[in-house]
Design a protein around this ligand. Structure first.
Ligand code: LLP
Length: 433
């Protein structure tokens, strides 16, 4: 839950706003964004990693409001598509504080990034180095680049979101020698200015040993390449991926502790390798925005089924689902939820909160004890939906995406409005030749 979430008489309040009032005003379902919580987590990262640059990873959730808060809190911004770059531009985000990621950025995206003057482009393939060098020459604008390397670390997270083992699409392999070759080609290209190496090992990681191993490998490469190629790389980026608590079983480390650990490793390794310490940067997304949002749904139907062995399972259907939170279906993610609109009276029953979409895998919360008298019209709130829920939301079954409602000091404000059927039909040009 975000830091301002409390319950009074069973009614959930976030940012001083009762979710019952919020739904009366803005409808259901809705994502609720706690401004104070977002800002305080952003600030905690910036303060803890004071010698680092902290890039907020916009892929977790980005809109112009968020981009402004990120800028105001003194963080930089990681974007990974032309669309995210446009949001940053629209928000007036300082472009020199933007880093641009992606394993297959288009020529158009790269051109815009150069024209806008983004601070760094993280190159991910030999083709991209070639493309970017050509563009930089054509536009007469130098590109500051980081080379993304594959640290070869098995991060303990879901296979789809682990990114540092060799057999996946991102980055230049260290072991195969591609990383060194990429550095060489960047150095050889007029118009490309090498800032340093970049590594990102995956997402929703709790075990800090993955970061440690990755940092050691990238630093060793940094030292070796600096010497062999006679280059001075002033920076190094260790990516994002810091896990958050989705259920009471998760135990995330706090930013201050992470910062201390990372700084210690880097200092120690650099001393041992005899190289100057590069300026470090990190890219947290989930750990900043994840806990800052919850999703409020209204219950529509309830049914009980009998399982083999006589146990029962209760299905509580809500007015959203996999279109606003695909993470349970896609990664088998664990969420929890609570009855948010009234005091619970009845004995809790093991329940499964499901959406309204046309498939059985449309599950929001796999197992949760909800009061046995949960009924249509009740509101249920799911915490920790700030990261990768709205940003991965779809219009499956022509569902309009829910709004993001900001809350602060007892007031609510629309950050993203609810989509309408007209929004969805706006691309349907109706050709029938
Ligand atoms: N930097 C890079 C290069 C990344 O690829 C990512 C995430 C981040 C930073 C931010 O990672 P974070 O701190 O948010 O964990 N959709 C998945 C997560 C995909 C992460 C993609 N890259 C999910 O819902 O769990």
């Amino acid at each position: 839950w975000s830091q301002t979430a409390t319950k009074t008489d069973g009614v959930l309040e976030v940012g001083g706003v009762k979710v019952t009032d919020l739904v009366a005003e803005h409808g259901s379902p809705a994502y609720v964004l706690d401004e104070a919580d977002f800002r305080s987590r952003a600030r905690a990262f910036r303060d803890a990693f004071s010698g680092f640059d902290v890039f907020y990873a916009g892929k977790a959730f980005l809109c112009t409001t968020i981009a402004r808060w990120v800028a105001e809190e003194g963080l930089s911004l990681d974007v990974c598509s032309g669309g995210e770059l446009t949001v940053a531009e629209r928000a007036g985000f300082p472009m020199e504080r933007v880093g641009f990621h992606g394993n297959n950025k288009s020529v158009r995206e790269l051109r815009r990034a150069l024209e806008l003057g983004v601070g760094r482009i993280i190159v991910d393939s030999f083709h991209e180095i070639e493309r970017l060098a050509a563009l930089a020459a054509e536009l007469g604008r130098p590109a500051r680049v980081m080379v993304r390397v594959t640290a070869g670390v098995e991060a303990h997270t879901h296979e789809y979101i682990a990114t540092a083992h060799e057999d996946q699409k991102f980055g230049f392999s260290i072991t195969a020698g591609d990383a060194r070759e990429a550095v060489r080609r960047v150095l050889a290209a007029d118009g490309l200015e090498l800032l340093g190496l970049h590594s990102h090992i995956g997402s929703q990681i709790f075990d800090s040993s993955g970061f440690e191993v990755a940092a050691r490998r990238v630093l060793a490469l940094h030292a070796r390449v600096s010497e062999e190629l006679g280059v001075d790389m002033p920076e190094m980026d260790l990516g994002g991926g810091f896990g958050i608590a989705y259920t009471t079983q998760d135990d995330p480390s706090d930013p201050a502790q992470l910062a201390t650990e990372m700084a210690k490793i880097v200092e120690h390794e650099c001393r041992a390798l005899g190289v100057a310490e590069p300026r470090l940067s990190i890219e947290p997304g989930r750990a900043i925005v994840g806990p800052a949002m919850c999703t409020v749904y209204e219950v529509g139907t309830v049914k009980d089924v009998e399982l083999d062995g006589g146990a029962r399972r209760r299905y509580v259907s809500v007015d959203g689902g996999m279109s606003d939170n695909i993470r349970t279906a896609l990664y088998d993610a664990d969420y929890s939820c609570t009855l948010a609109s009234r005091r619970a009276e009845a004995v809790p029953v093991l329940s499964r909160v499901v959406g309204k979409h046309c498939e059985a895998g449309d599950i929001v919360v796999t197992d949760e004890f909800l009061p046995g008298d949960v009924a249509p019209g009740d509101l249920v709130a799911v915490p920790g939906t700030g990261a990768y829920c709205r940003s991965m939301a779809s219009n499956y079954n022509h569902a309009p995406r829910p709004p993001v409602i900001g809350v602060r000091d007892g007031k609510s404000f629309t950050v993203l409005r609810r989509e309408t059927d007209d929004d969805l039909l706006s691309t349907d040009v109706g050709a029938n030749p």
